[in-house]
Ligand binder design. Structure first.
Ligand code: IPM
Ligand code: MN
Length: 365
């Protein structure tokens, strides 16, 4: 099998974690007779510096012609004062919209050896394993009218029926394969757009009678995710609420440096860590590559149908953490602090061990 992957390392630590993850990607691909042809392009602040825009048409074209896109992170102090449409963040939103990536999947899972890295108590978080489905190309992020003048600022939270239906279907389908419970998050006690969201999700739920749907207000969800995260399995929500809830979910796992994400549309798929470009530690070989590596895992599963590879990557991450290897951001328990590259190399090494064990056990069956 041959696949084309577009690499957009972006800014800051995006470059380092991308290098580490790409090494692992080729290593894993080779085990599954997959040849991955990569092409790299600029996006974010680095693209602005080179071309005067954070996202060129060439970069978008490269994504259109690839089987999957891997994105590092964009942004940094240097570009903070640029006009809104020239900021690295604007590039991210434009890319999501251009590729039609309406479903953003952000898993929040606590690795057992890692419970001490969370600011929450072990008893509250152990066993946490849920996934947030965030609508990514609609809602208040894109609604019109929008703007501000001397006297007022305004945005519009609007959802078309089809936009709610398509993400609801995605979330229900995954809920069917997991614990069959789905929580739809809204603010229906105040917002009409949420009342409509709720109505449409309930309509869609009739096609999934085996999944138990519950509705929860977003403020309560923020509280519940911290109070008792184990109650959740699949959460589906709008763009803004999903942005906030997924950051909260991130801290349960200890560090945003651990969280991968997948953004899917009808035709294209993009994988990126949830964390940002961390300009304060960029270039120091200190960044945590786990979120980027886990994003590669999601790509193997969701874009290339190699679920086994994804599971083994996850196990390799777990084993590496179990052995006490830590990057600086997650070193709360006096672990062995290693560089970005070394962490990735250890995950590759553990991948090989687990891969071989796995093969042997299949072989001896
Ligand atoms: C995210 C980020 C982005 C968002 C920003 C950088 C535009 O916070 O991916 O969660 O709000 O979607
Ligand atoms: Mn965010």
């Amino acid at each position: 099998m041959e696949k084309k992957v577009a690499l957009l390392p972006g800014d800051g630590i995006g470059v380092e974690v991308m290098n580490a993850a790409v090494k692992l990607m080729h290593h894993v691909a080779a085990k599954y007779d997959l040849t991955i042809e990569t092409s790299e392009s600029l996006m974010g602040g680095c693209s602005y510096d080179a071309h005067g825009t954070p996202l060129t048409d060439e970069t978008i074209e490269l994504c259109y012609s690839s089987d999957a896109v891997l994105l590092g992170a964009v942004g940094g102090y240097k570009w903070e004062d640029l006009e809104h449409h020239l900021k690295p963040e604007a590039a991210l939103l434009k890319l999501r919209k251009s590729l039609g990536l309406f479903t953003n999947i952000r898993p929040a899972k606590v690795y057992p050896s890692f419970v001490n890295s969370s600011s929450l108590k072990e008893s509250a978080i152990i066993g946490t394993d849920f996934v947030v489905f965030r609508e990514l190309t609609g809602g208040i992020y894109f609604g019109e009218p929008r703007g501000y003048d001397e006297n007022k600022g305004y945005n519009t939270m609007v959802y078309e029926k089809y936009e709610i239906e398509r993400i609801a279907h995605q979330a229900f389908k995954v809920a069917q394969k997991r614990k069959k419970i789905l929580t739809s998050v809204d603010k229906a006690n105040v917002l009409e757009v949420s009342q409509f969201w709720r109505k449409v999700v309930e309509e869609v739920s009739k096609e999934y009678p085996d999944v138990e749907l519950s509705n929860m207000y977003v403020d309560n969800t923020a509280m519940q995710v911290v109070r008792d995260p184990k109650q959740f399995d699949v959460i589906v929500t709008s763009n803004l609420f999903g942005d906030i809830i997924s950051d909260i979910a991130g801290m349960i796992t200890g560090s945003l440096g651990m969280l991968p994400s997948a953004s899917l549309g009808d035709k294209y798929a993009l994988y990126e860590p949830v964390h940002g470009s961390a300009p304060d530690i960029a270039g120091e070989n200190k960044a945590n590559p786990i979120a980027m590596i886990a994003s590669v895992g999601m790509m193997f599963d969701l874009s290339f149908g190699l679920q086994e590879a994804a599971i083994l990557i996850d196990k390799a991450i777990e084993k590496t953490l179990d052995h006490g290897y830590r990057t600086a951001d997650i070193n709360l328990d006096d672990g062995n602090v290693v560089t970005t590259d070394r962490m990735a190399d250890m995950i590759i090494k553990n991948f090989d061990i687990i891969y071989n064990e796995n093969r042997e056990s299949v072989f001896t069956l």
